[in-house]
Design a protein around this ligand. Structure first.
Ligand code: TEU
Ligand code: CA
Length: 587
């Protein structure tokens, strides 16, 4: 049994620092603000905190563009503050992860400044430089790859008259991992520097993009300009030329051997573009010594169209169940690997607005509890995103687009305007998509209480506070026994009281074809007395009352937790009220 490993059994909580808590009144969250809330997090049941990047950065992509791995950005505090944060977490028996962004640096990083200065600079080869391709006498980028945030993935640099590769914005040049000197510099500066300070591990950004296909071939479709909103077509991005590339596993094994393996730390890799179980296991099977676990986006990605990122689509519950079962299966003991259970992060819109129902107060609270139950009963390491514990929602749909701050959103709106001049309908459609699914929805300030600026800051926050903060806030929910917050607390306690079923249990889905409810069992795979022991979870993802069948061979015991508080143990057929969640003991 693998019970007892801290990074498996612990409850993880993600902080996105700019919008978490502002201590010095400049409208931006900071490290002192985080420290002031550690007791709150401890009380919620949090064991491990992951903080999104706080390193020195020009903030072109909110810190995912790092100009110095060994320093903290002044907007968040100082290096001393970061050391204090590590200490204050440890003092409370909590651990701390930072974000490791090593596919690219900022263009303001000293390494890139040197690299761009001349073709014979020793660091020239630390990034990916190529000469222009001349087509019909005109200068063109070396290939047709598109950036995730729009436009070509290549930026022309006047100084040396060559292009450099950036899979994200131009201020995020991709590092050349082929160069062993570069890799070692990354390990020392970004990884060992922090582990030596006592950091407990990393969430690793875009963990499978470092190894690009040799010769950087064109993506299949060459002419983007003819396509409506073409640069939004993800299938045309050509990511098979840079995701899960030929040397990826060599690099991760090296990273592990040279740094991580020497410390009691853990890693969770962000793993986009990886479809199969086999491919995933190559990253997380314990004997491969690469990563502790990964985030797969099977479930959360159902909110986004595969090709058109902002397209308005509806989510089928049967698809969601299949995706959930696939990700849960990674925790199967025979794989000797591990999985994660989560519904939110800083790149995703709020789960209650996308997967739940935020039409009324009652439905919002109920559906937030249904989603909480799904996440908390999942096997694998649990991750809660700031504000999720109170059911924070998307920003109101009638916000003016000027309230948005994220570069991905802003680039998209800009591009739609450029590609569809004078077409109000196209813009309106784009804004509808943005109001449903933009990254900004996760990035509004945390709603601490009902005072000015939601208690996030004494001054005007860098991003507008959600209008609903008087109704949805932490202080209020602390005082309401049936609040979403107190429901989460209860779930996290139950999860720890029966780790064998909740955290390590074998996930078994009973009703794959039902479009309204999810019913599944979680059975302790190693129960010593060979008796079936576990839990059964029944979730109603609809507004209407639903009935469900008790699976044959299953005996339900007591109601451990119910979002509706009526919960009695059913005979053969169970009944769920509108957006209700129930967890039973079972054998
Ligand atoms: O995200 C990587 C990634 O795959 C994104 O393109 C993601 O699909 C997108 O945000 C969804 O719209 C990571 C970070 O989580 C993100 O915040 C960064 O912007 C990105 O890397 C670049 O570092
Ligand atoms: Ca501040």
């Amino acid at each position: 049994s693998t019970q007892g490993v801290w990074w498996k059994d612990g409850t993880f909580y993600q902080i996105w620092p700019a919008s978490y808590k502002d201590a010095n009144g400049d409208g931006i969250g900071d490290i002192k603000g985080i420290i002031s809330t550690l007791d709150y997090l401890k009380d919620l049941g949090v064991d491990v905190i992951w903080v999104s990047p706080m390193f020195k950065s020009p903030q072109k992509d909110m810190g995912y563009d790092i100009s110095d791995y060994e320093d903290i950005d002044p907007q968040y505090g100082t290096l001393k503050d970061a050391e204090l944060l590590i200490e204050e977490c440890h003092k409370r028996g909590m651990r701390l992860l930072f974000d490791l962004v090593i596919n690219h640096t900022s263009d303001q990083h000293a390494w890139f400044q040197e690299s761009r200065s001349s073709k014979d600079n020793p660091k020239r080869d630390w990034y990916i430089w190529r000469p222009a391709r001349i087509v019909d006498g005109k200068r063109e980028p070396p290939n047709n790859w598109r950036s995730y945030f729009g436009g070509s993935a290549w930026e022309w640099d006047e100084t040396t008259e060559e292009y450099y590769l950036h899979l994200f914005v131009a201020g995020q040049p991709d590092l050349n991992w082929e160069n062993p000197t570069t890799r070692n510099a990354v390990y020392d500066s970004a990884v060992t520097f922090w582990l030596e300070k006592g950091l407990d591990g990393f969430r690793i950004d875009t963990v499978n993009l470092y190894s690009k296909e040799e010769d950087l071939p064109d993506a299949q479709v060459r002419d983007y300009t003819q396509e409506f909103q073409a640069s939004e077509k993800r299938s045309l991005l050509g990511y098979d030329h840079w995701a899960n590339g030929p040397r990826m596993h060599e690099y991760l094994q090296e990273l592990n051997a040279k740094t991580l393996s020497k410390y009691d730390c853990c890693t969770v890799g962000e793993l986009p573009h990886t479809d199969t179980v086999e491919q995933t296991l190559e990253y997380i099977a314990a004997d491969r010594k690469e990563l502790s676990m990964v985030f797969r986006f099977d479930v959360t990605a159902l909110s986004m169209d595969q090709h058109l990122r902002y397209k308005d689509i509806s989510i089928k519950l049967t698809d969601m169940k299949k995706a959930l079962a696939d990700v849960q299966a990674l925790a199967r003991p025979s794989f000797n690997a591990w999985t994660t259970t989560f519904m939110e992060n800083h790149d995703l819109a709020r789960s209650v607005s996308v997967f739940g129902c935020d039409e009324t107060t009652e439905l919002r609270e109920r559906s937030a509890k249904v989603l909480a139950t799904m996440v908390a009963t999942g096997s694998g390491t649990i991750y809660i995103y700031q504000g999720q514990e109170i059911g924070m929602t998307n920003a109101p749909t009638d916000w003016d687009p000027t309230e948005y701050r994220d570069v991905e959103t802003l680039n998209y709106i800009q591009r739609v305007k450029e590609q569809n001049p004078n077409n109000k309908e196209a813009l309106k459609q784009a804004l509808t998509g943005v109001s449903r699914i933009a990254r900004d929805h996760a990035r509004t300030p945390v709603q601490w209480n009902d005072s000015a600026n939601a208690g996030f800051s004494t001054e005007k926050p860098w991003m507008r506070v959600n209008d609903n903060y008087k109704e949805i806030n932490i202080a209020r929910q602390q005082n309401e026994p049936d609040s979403v917050l107190n429901y989460w607390k209860k779930l996290l306690q139950l999860r720890k009281a029966d780790k064998a079923s909740w955290i390590h249990g074998a996930f078994e889905l009973f009703n794959p074809n039902d479009e309204h409810t999810i019913v599944y069992g979680k059975i302790d795979p190693n129960n010593p007395n060979q008796e079936k022991h576990g839990i059964l979870v029944a979730l109603n993802f609809s507004k209407d009352k639903q009935i469900w069948q008790i699976p044959t061979g299953w005996d339900l015991g007591e109601v451990l937790v119910s979002s509706n508080t009526t919960g009695t143990t059913p005979g053969k057929i169970g009944e769920l009220q509108s957006w209700e969640a129930v967890v039973y003991t079972a054998k």
